[in-house]
Structures are given as C-alpha cells and as structure tokens.
Design a protein around this ligand. Structure first.
Ligand code: NDP
Ligand code: 8X3
Length: 257
C-alpha cells in the first residue's frame, strides 16, 4: 500500500455544473495537472468553449442533474478513456432569492430542492456503483457555510446545504471498507455567477454582495478540492469549511418588542 500523494494522472473526474464558477475551475485545475475530466451542464455552448481551451483531456456532455435516467445513460456511454470515473464533484446547484419565507416564490424553493438535493443525490447514486466495483473513488459535495449558520433569507437554500452535509457524513459510514472517500466542501462567499443567479440576472445586486471585500475565487475552491483529491488514499477529509478572510460571524439577532 502506498502512503504517498496520488498522481493526478491516475484521476478521472466527473463534474456537474462545469459551465461556470467552481465546476469550470475544477475542470481546468484537474486537466492542468494531467487528469481526465468529464464536464457536464445544461449550457452546451459553454462546455464546447471549455473543450476548445482544454482539449482531449476534457470530455463534455449536456446534462440536467435533475434527470436521473439521463445521468445513468451518460455514465454508461462514456468513451473508454473517461469510463473509469474515480472522482465525482457533485457541484451543480443554485440559490434563488433571498427573501423572507412567507413571501418568496414557492417555485424557487422547489427548483432549489430539485437541483441541490434531488440532482445532487442523482449524481452520487449514479456514480457510486462504478467506483465501488473498481475499488476506488472520491465523492465531493458542495455544501456551504449556509448549511451550518443560518442567515435571513437563507431558508430553503440553507436547508439544501444542510442536507448535503448530513447526507455525506452518513455516506461516509456506507463507504467504510470500500476505498471510496467522501468530502463535503463548505465555502463561504465566492464570486462566481452564484449571486447573479440568486438575484435572477440583476448585475447590480450581485455585484453589491462582493463590493469592497476580498471574496474567494472559484480557483481557491478548485485548489481545495484538488488538494483533498490528491491526498494519500488512507486520508479522508470529511468536511472542509473555507471562508474569505474578510467574512466572519455576527451576533444573534434579538427582537425587543
Ligand atoms: P455558478 O452559478 O457559477 O455555477 C453553477 C453551476 O451549476 C453552473 O455550471 C450551472 O450550469 C450548474 N447547474 C445549475 N442547475 C443545474 C441543473 N439543473 N443541471 C445541471 N447543472 C446545473 O455557481 P458556483 O460555481 O458558485 O456554485 C457551484 C456550487 O457551489 C453550487 O452548488 C453552490 O450552491 C455552491 N456554493 C457556492 C458558493 C458561492 O459563494 N459561490 C458558496 C458555497 C457553495 P448550467 O446552468 O449550464 O446547467
Ligand atoms: C453560498 C454562500 O453565504 O451566500 O453558499 O450562502 S452564502
């Protein structure tokens, strides 16, 4: 048994949400280090652009993570060179809105649950059997500080990220003895298209979130995942919470009537 760092060239990475933000940065980081990457998402034109940049080590495919049958089919039909997936970044997800629970659009809550919970478990369930059969794997979820610390308007988004955290901790138990590692990455504020999506294309509102502070970048998150994925096989990072230096905690709110 080797106690050394893993050779990135031995990794085949399956990434959901590779059209933007973390997923795109994960694809770049791993391909740059010699791994093979399957990059998926709904916006195919963006994936084709990434493929033009990264070349043969990136295989791209259109996928809506809410569609389990499509996820299974895609995995079953991967070209030979990409079929031995041993790292999964179940990254696709979104926040919609930041309003109080009694006034927000219920459809937005359903979309977040369908994507961040149902889509997330779809990805994990579809990729696990192959990794277990091959005797090697690593599942990454993208949780969030929102899964630990409540904030006004977090409601359903925060709930979905708490689900990701607890699901992955339980998955660790199921994977014991199977050589499949499980890690929940829990970032704070990272400037991607996340806030643009949350505020439904309002660029001003999205920019305000990161104004006059140093947010993290998608590359910071990709680097964290790369580090966890290349650690020696006997080491499992269960949860990794990472925040910008310029973000911290506040006091409890108290209503005085
Ligand atoms: P982006 O909006 O930049 O990227 C989100 C990605 O998810 C896109 O590639 C999008 O692709 C994909 N996606 C959304 N819905 C679906 C779907 N139904 N099927 C397939 N792909 C989908 O955001 P981030 O990169 O910042 O976010 C990535 C993950 O990290 C999310 O789970 C988010 O909750 C989490 N996170 C983000 C933080 C931040 O501050 N940015 C902090 C903590 C966690 P497409 O639309 O093309 O399908
Ligand atoms: C995204 C981070 O703090 O905007 O998950 O919820 S936060």
């Amino acid at each position: 048994m080797s106690y050394g760092m893993l050779d990135p060239k031995s990794l085949t990475v399956f990434v959901t949400g590779a059209t933007s933000g973390f997923g795109e940065a994960i694809a770049r980081r791993f391909v740059g280090a010699g791994a093979r990457v399957v990059g998926t998402g709904r916006r195919m034109e963006r994936l084709e652009k990434l493929k033009a940049e990264l070349g043969e080590a990136l295989h791209v495919a259109e996928l809506d993570v809410r569609d389990y049958a499509a996820t299974e089919k895609l995995l079953a039909e991967l070209p030979e060179a990409f079929s031995g997936v041993n790292v999964v970044a179940a990254n696709a997800g979104l926040a919609l809105g930041l309003g109080p629970a009694d006034t927000v659009d219920l459809a937005d809550w359903h979309t977040m649950i369908d994507t961040n919970v149902t889509g997330f478990v779809n990805t994990v369930r579809a990729t696990l059997p192959g990794m277990i059969a091959r005797g090697r794997g690593h599942v990454f979820g993208l949780g969030s500080v929102a899964g630990d610390y409540p904030y006004p308007g977090g409601n359903t988004y925060a709930g979905t990220k708490a689900f990701v955290k607890q699901f992955l901790l339980a998955l660790r138990s199921d994977m014991l003895g199977k050589n499949v590692r499980v890690t929940n990455i829990e970032p704070g504020m990272v400037e991607t298209e996340f806030s643009l999506v949350r505020f439904k294309g309002d660029e001003g509102k999205a920019a305000d979130v990161y104004a006059n502070m140093r947010g993290m970048t998608a590359n910071d998150v990709a680097e964290t995942i790369f580090w966890c994925a290349t650690l020696p096989e006997h080491v499992n990072i269960n949860r990794l919470q990472v925040m910008p230096t310029d973000q911290a905690f506040g006091p409890f709110a108290v209503h005085r009537g």
